[in-house]
Design a protein around this ligand. Structure first.
Ligand code: IFM
Length: 406
């Protein structure tokens, strides 16, 4: 039996675009149409209407924290228009959590942008940080009184690699230069939002907020082990996992490190170009592992090595996402159990961990992969939006209730 610290935060996460439905002013909505996606987000999980029902489920599962995101395009559908109605909606959402004694963890940006923002150049535009800050002001003024944990930007490095290097997601660019510019602007956006949130809380005597990003970290494993692959793994650990943390910590803008962890990446470099060194992977590693339905290796020990690797920053860590898409719910529970075991090992090695949020509460819209992948501890019937609590949710709920894993 393993015991987690007192006051540990337990729960699950979602993001607005993936569960709410009808986010028609967002760039992803337009992208789904223009690129003729087979699955369109449409009503998603109808969470915009059914959030109270979902939070009843969360409460019943003994979660004491819940992560959600605010859809920027709802709050600011046009550059010069802010919607009081949508701000009021999100206030209702936050209050619905608070009434149930569930700590909200609020993300301000989770992959999607308003269409007007993308038309102005999105994150490549030098003015993007300023636009983001105006939106943050509105949200923090509306919700600040009720929120302690903020996540400014979800997985900036994933957005950069999928949107600006591999060119699979909007804005579908393939340019290291553009990626570099967009990263710089996102870093500035985070720092400005961080400073604003802190000054707002101070001015209004709201106590100390906790602000971070949700950083997707991957365990990079060289296979086969040789000089080129070892160098590439070390470079990727620096570029993908550590560089942004170094920058944000240098600018004193992290109160904790928000970690999203799913898998390892097997590094096998074919050539000598920058692209080879940054992107080449192998689907045929020497030691193959079981996978999720999207083909990601299941590699729990990676969580331990990443967490002990960031202990040097001396900041608390909060696992903001960890999860598996699978049609085998027994495999889902094993995944949760094995990752919690590694998390506990990291705690025993001196990593200060504030909490763990499973991705995701609900099956939901998995971006360019549509509705196929099933990440939820709660199953979604997209035909009628019926929610069914899975066995894995019930087992996880015992961990949440008792703080122990048997
Ligand atoms: O669904 C995504 C989420 O939006 C961000 N982190 C990874 C999840 C699974 O791919």
């Amino acid at each position: 039996m393993i015991k987690f610290p007192e006051g540990f935060l337990w729960g699950a996460a979602t993001s607005a675009y993936q569960v709410e439905g009808d986010n028609s002013n967002s760039d992803w909505w337009e992208w789904e149409i223009v690129t003729g996606q087979k699955d369109r987000s449409g009503k998603a999980c109808c969470h915009y209407e059914l959030f109270e029902q979902d939070f009843d489920i969360v409460k019943g599962l003994h979660h004491n924290a819940h992560r959600l995101s605010i859809e920027w395009a709802r709050i600011q559908p046009q550059e010069h228009t802010f919607s009081d109605l949508e701000l009021a909606h999100y206030l209702q959402v936050i209050l619905a959590l608070k009434e149930r004694n569930i700590e909200p963890v609020v993300t301000l940006h989770h992959f999607t942008n308003p269409i007007w923002f993308s038309r102005l150049g999105g994150w490549e535009n030098k003015a993007s940080a300023g636009y983001f800050l105006r939106y943050c002001n509105k949200v923090v003024e509306a919700l600040g009184k009720h929120v302690q944990f903020w996540v400014t930007i979800n997985e900036p490095m994933v957005l950069i690699s999928h949107g600006y290097i591999m060119g699979q997601w909007p804005p579908q660019k393939k340019s290291f230069l553009k990626a570099w510019v967009a990263t710089g602007n996102m870093v500035n956006a985070h720092v400005e939002a961080y400073r604003f949130i802190h000054s707002y809380y101070k001015r209004n005597n709201l106590g100390r907020p906790r602000v971070s990003i949700a950083h997707n970290m991957m365990a990079f494993v060289a296979s086969p082990e040789n000089l080129k692959n070892n160098i590439a793994s070390k470079l990727r650990q620096q570029w993908f996992n550590l560089a942004i943390l170094d920058k944000l910590i240098r600018r004193k803008s992290l109160d904790y490190i928000g970690v999203n962890y799913y898998t390892r990446s097997v590094v096998d470099v074919g050539g000598w170009s920058l692209r080879n060194f940054s992107l080449d992977t192998s689907r045929k590693p020497e030691k193959p592992l079981p996978k999720n339905t999207m083909g990601w290796d299941i590699y729990p020990q990676g969580l331990y090595s990443l967490l002990t690797g960031i202990k040097k920053y001396n900041l608390p860590v909060f696992i903001l996402e960890n999860g598996i898409c699978t049609l085998d719910d027994g495999q889902r529970w094993n995944y949760i159990r094995d990752h919690l075991t590694q998390l506990h090992r990291a705690i025993n090695s001196g990593v200060n961990v504030l909490g763990y949020l499973y991705w995701s509460l609900l099956d939901n819209f998995e971006w360019d992969k549509g509705f196929g992948p099933r990440f939820g501890i709660v199953e979604m019937d997209y035909a009628n939006f019926k929610r069914t609590v899975r066995e894995s949710a019930k087992k996880y709920s015992e961990v949440c209730r008792t703080g122990t894993l048997i």
